[in-house]
Design a protein around this ligand. Structure first.
Ligand SMILES: *Cc1c(COP(=O)(O)O)cnc(C)c1O
Length: 389
């Protein structure tokens, strides 16, 4: 709306469309289709000579408000809202890949994203190579003339490894491939992959964008040229965002900045406490100075996010004891919620991997993952102290 607005203002003021009722808050348009004034008007909408709503699988005013606001926050020409984070990733893959193409993905991406590429894309003749997120030589070695897409998540889950987005973009662009960054963990409030050279940034809005564990959603951001084909596919597939979910997410954006700041502050306090605890063998959080990715995270992020992992001595039994000793934290695999969550990756999120794959990925039996929420940091720490002392 205004080129000079700061992020916090854009998050509250961008993209508002008001009906003749003059509602102050964003309207929720629960309608599957739209009326035309005449047969001629209907014909004009269908042949494109009149631009407007036809059917909510194509466009909906509430969804459009969310898309416009999100695009402003992500620094993108265009944002396409999707039914979930996975449909955002599928949309990008279907719009930009074809038989014979090669994709290079990092080994540490979200498990279902790995399945999408390995199990389904490969079935249609797209070859997939997995590399270590932070090993630039491995990325370089994997790329060839049929590479069309590089896909990474940074910081990674659950070990908070950080990849250099600018370097990955250089590698991708040398062979005319696209760099796609899943920016779910940072959100546009903490990291702008497009400004760092990525071609597409995408999001599971289910996590911090909603931030209160209510709805599923996804977003794909980039230039018109790259996002338009994704929109075309989503409209055909039907995986567009529902008006209700768009409305919830739109209101979520208004508090995104504040929430992310508090998430980050709490996460750093919890990580620092864990780091000083005698029963903790190692803490994985890029916000800690001792973490390998710390310097890079300082350069490319404005905050370190809220996923903190740590290893306890004594493997799975001890990890289970620490998890079971908590009384307040939610034992669930979800993350990005106001409520802090705790989970044992080796037997849940990464349980489908073989022991060898888990070792390769650095997921030990004593590893615990926290998604630090918005409760008082003292209370989160006190809950962890029940099992850790
Ligand atoms: C949850 C998640 C997804 C998938 O999103 P859904 O909304 O569950 O479909 C993709 N990427 C990351 C990093 C996630 O955390």
């Amino acid at each position: 709306m205004s080129a000079d607005w700061q992020f916090e203002t854009e998050a509250i003021r961008s993209g508002i469309y008001r009906s003749s009722q003059g509602e102050h808050s964003e309207g929720l348009y629960l309608t599957s289709s739209y009326l035309f004034e005449s047969a001629e008007h209907a014909a004009a909408r269908f042949d494109g000579s009149d631009v407007g709503n036809v059917y909510s699988r194509y466009t909906n005013p509430t969804v459009e408000m969310f898309e416009k606001r999100f695009a402003a926050l992500a620094g993108a020409d265009k944002a396409a809202a999707c039914a979930s984070g996975m449909s955002a990733i599928l949309g990008v893959a279907m719009a930009h890949l074809q038989q014979g193409d090669q994709v290079v993905i990092s080994r540490s991406i979200f498990g279902t994203s790995t399945s999408l590429f390995l199990q389904y894309m490969q079935k249609f003749g797209v070859s997939v190579v997995q590399v270590d997120l932070t090993d630039l030589d491995a990325w370089r070695a994997a790329i060839n003339s049929s590479t069309k897409l590089l896909f990474a998540e940074t910081p990674s889950n659950p070990l908070s490894e950080v990849a250099d987005i600018n370097e990955l973009a250089t590698l991708a662009h040398a062979v005319n491939a696209l760099l796609v960054i899943d920016n779910t963990f940072c959100t546009p409030a903490l990291q702008s992959p497009l400004k760092l050279g990525a071609d597409i940034s995408l999001y599971s809005a289910t996590k911090y964008i909603d931030g209160q564990g209510r709805v599923l959603g996804g977003v794909v951001c980039g230039s018109n040229e790259l996002v338009d084909p994704v929109v075309g596919f989503l409209r055909t597939l039907g995986a567009t965002l529902s008006a209700f979910n768009a409305w919830v997410l739109l209101k979520g954006l208004e508090t995104l900045s504040l929430r992310m700041q508090r998430h980050c502050d709490n996460a750093l306090r919890v990580a620092t406490w864990l780091n000083e605890n005698a029963n903790v063998a190692k803490v994985y959080y890029a916000g800690l100075e001792g973490h390998e990715g710390h310097q890079l995270a300082v350069r490319q992020q404005s905050g370190f996010g809220a996923v903190v992992s740590f290893e306890v001595y004594g493997g799975k039994d001890e990890a289970f004891k620490v998890i079971n000793a908590t009384k307040m934290l939610s034992i669930t695999a979800n993350l990005g919620d106001a409520k802090s969550t705790i989970v044992h990756p080796a037997t849940t999120t990464h349980g489908r991997l073989t022991l060898e794959q888990r070792q390769q990925a650095g997921i030990s039996e004593g590893l615990i993952r926290l998604s630090v929420g918005l409760e008082a940091a003292e209370d989160i720490i006190a809950d962890l102290a029940r099992g850790l002392g």
